[in-house]
Design a protein around this ligand. Sequence first.
Ligand code: AMP
Length: 398
Amino acid sequence: MKILVINCGSSSAKFQLFDIDTGAVLAKGNAERIGIDGKLTYKPAGKEDFVSTEPMPDHKVAVQMILDALVDKDHGVIADVSEIAAVGHRVLHGGKYYSESVIVDDDVKRIIRECFPLGPLHNPANLIGIEACEDVLPAGTPQVAVFDTAFHQTMPAKAYTYALPYELSEKYSIRRYGFHGTSHRYVSHRVADFLGKNYEDLKIITCHLGNGSSFAAVKDGKCQDTSMGLTPLAGICMGTRTGDIDPAIVPFLMKNENLSADEMDTLLNKKSGVEGVSGVSSDFRDLEKAANEGNERAQLALDMFAYQGKKIIGSYAAAMGGADVIVFTAGIGENTDKMRKAMCEGLEYMGVEFDDEANNGLRGKEAIISKPSSKVTVCVIPTNEELAIAQETERLVR
Ligand code: AMP
């Protein structure tokens, strides 16, 4: 069965075509600068890459160009678009409505639209992508919405409720939603398989450390808590996002720096985090290099990231009554042995015996990085959100 996965942004559409029976990626690419000029980068497996700069005035044209590339006689990978059994769409926000992926119908589209205020940058683009596929693919091709928030919908009220006036929270649907759900779901299931353990029997702490970073506590096969909140700004400090700060800092800076709400939003999301602290970069490779060269603020930013991550891990162990597995994933989690070690340092009290030898130099591979005697098994599991979306799509349409 062939499944097309699409991740639509306001001016881009990233895609991968999977043969889900083998897990192989037949082709992948990105349609960028939609509505500006247009650039399609297309990488078919076993064939020459291909770049087109034909104009892309809207997402419908972009999706049509992607389909044309997939069936092209020179660099295509399928004979006809009818071979695409279904399309899986990454959708940022499903609000409180979806704890699972769903086949798209009019009701689903209405809810994605209803969640525009909760995901103003992503949800409109996600819906445009769905409608572009409806317009361009053969009638009746099923489409599936896979929500970034869905996995976290099992959190209990005490974990997702903010201590604001209850009526205001209800009026504006303000609560913790959490994000990266597709990744947390994928790596938590995958680590149970990898260890040969029953998912429902494990207390798992998943650490998705990338450009955006979030943690989840998974117990009894359900997400119990997560570090991102109403928006992906909450939790640990990130590349350019503050993470959790004293909320009183917001009005303080707005008053003293004479900032508008939009300017404050930009400061919190785009000018803060490890980049804001270090003044160097949001990229952990640059930070590690600068810290090695003696840059104290780069070292401070790395120390803050490790310290805040450790505190979240400790708090999730407390919330679940212990932990059996800690799993690291995403760009930083998969690639930086130093950060994994720093985050686990001092966790001996809760049963972590870290294995330096297994950890040192490990990159992008499934592995155990704790000692065999460790009560808590620490693992690296590379995430694969596109494959997870394809698998969810296949499960629903089969
Ligand atoms: P992601 O959002 O999962 O793509 O992660 C991207 C981030 O991972 C980058 O901004 C880097 O900070 C980090 N990263 C990727 N590769 C490495 C590496 N080899 N060493 C350190 N950090 C890395």
